[in-house]
Write a protein that binds this ligand. Sequence first.
Ligand code: FE
Ligand code: CA
Length: 529
Amino acid sequence: MPSSKSQWSLTERRRFLRSVWSGVGASVSLALLPGRELLAAPKVGANPFTLGIASGDPTDDGIVLWTRLAPVPSEPESLGQSVIPVRWRVAKDAGMHQVMASGIAAAHPALAHSVHVEVRGLRPAQDYFYQFSVRGEESAIGHFRTAPREHEMLRELRFAFVTCQDWPSGYYTAYRDMLRSDLDLVLHLGDYTYEYRIDGTSRRGSSVPAGFEAETIDLRTYRLRHTLYKLDADLQAAHAKFPFAVIWDDHEVANDYSGSAPEFAAPSPEFLARRAAAYQAYYEHMPIRFAAASKPRAELRIYRGLRYGRLAEFFMLDDRQYRSDNPCGDGEALRCDAANNGDYTMLGREQERWLARRFERSHARWNVIGQQLLMAELEHATTQPNWYWNDAWDGYPLARKRLLQEVVGSKLANPVVLTGDWHSTFVNDLKVDFKDPNAATVATEFVTPAITTGGDGTPYGPYYSPMIPFNPHIKYYEGDRRGYFNATVTEKYMRFDLRFVTSVESPGGTGYAERSWVVEGGRAGAQPA
Ligand code: FE
Ligand code: CA
């Protein structure tokens, strides 16, 4: 029976102790903590599992389990400075009788009493159930499935991909709909939380609970924002049922920032301090491993790969943290001369090199790039020729060309790009040169609609729809409805099922199938299914 206790290597201990992320580090083993602190742990009081539980980043032998103790959700510091031992168990059955792994993890005050357990020693391609307990209080029981062994060809892999779940924009109807499926994984492509002040205009028909209104600017307010979102019952249910692989976009920090530069401003130490607080709160609330490559107080490395045997490999990217400030300025603008300077980067050189190496080494039948920003060109031709939205890859055309040339040069098998951010649905052919009508399609892009952002109604269609005919590589566009994609991967094809929801502004909304596409192995480009 593997236990987290025995698995903390010296490197991991050093990593934690060295970490100056105000105490952010790899999961804290009890062995690291003075016993006196544990004995002094206060009573936790009422249900400490108000924020639910989650699992994430499955491997062929492991998983990350997450929870955060929050008996008083509006008071992130209510548990004081004590380290609190939390018991965890992983079982083969939903009744938690056949326990396969268990241990004690520490909920540390420096990490807002969050718990991250990096479980190893599990079997590949198996269903597991998990539960936390503290002082006799038990959490809900969660479920996850491990990935298959490295050389295994899985018969079928099913996952959903989602983005943009602004809380005041509406209910998480999409997550409730998703619960009807049997999924191996949910990819969250960013805008998990939004930074804005929440006033009385919530489209949920009720006002925000007291204490959660403030704009997020520091560690306390970022923690409160994550807390508010995690209190949602539909989001909790999705996390309990499926493992997630999450990456952030801009709003987990602040709108349209680039690296160390906030929107419409130069890089500043003040913004970097805000970003560090946001990154810490993100780590505290997500089922992710703490990467050793993270740089204390400056960088939290979240780009990473996930393998599903020989069937699929996922490359989860970070389009925000390392990118250059927009060469042609923020927002919409004419493409400027600076866009032809190859020094500008979206991923940063280190992430670009990492991705190129992973491309070269991949033996997967399907190579899925999960990332934030629209990769296909979208010339705003109806506004003005050569006019682009600079926050997306259109603001970094040479960085995009480098990435797509790497896809071609490495002979990456069946590349598919999954994108969030736009609050719209797109299906696109990706080309090294979008202006060349004879250019080959080198990859297929699916942009998933928002879970809620924008609410019900028609916020984007009227503006963008007239531009689409001027961009013939865009095969489908819909800007007015909310929802998500389900994907099915087999050796022969990948299938994409677009699901919209009837409403995010009334609590009784439901999901429905809109349409489906298939990408056949060996042939880039989506076909109607
Ligand atoms: Fe968004
Ligand atoms: Ca965004």
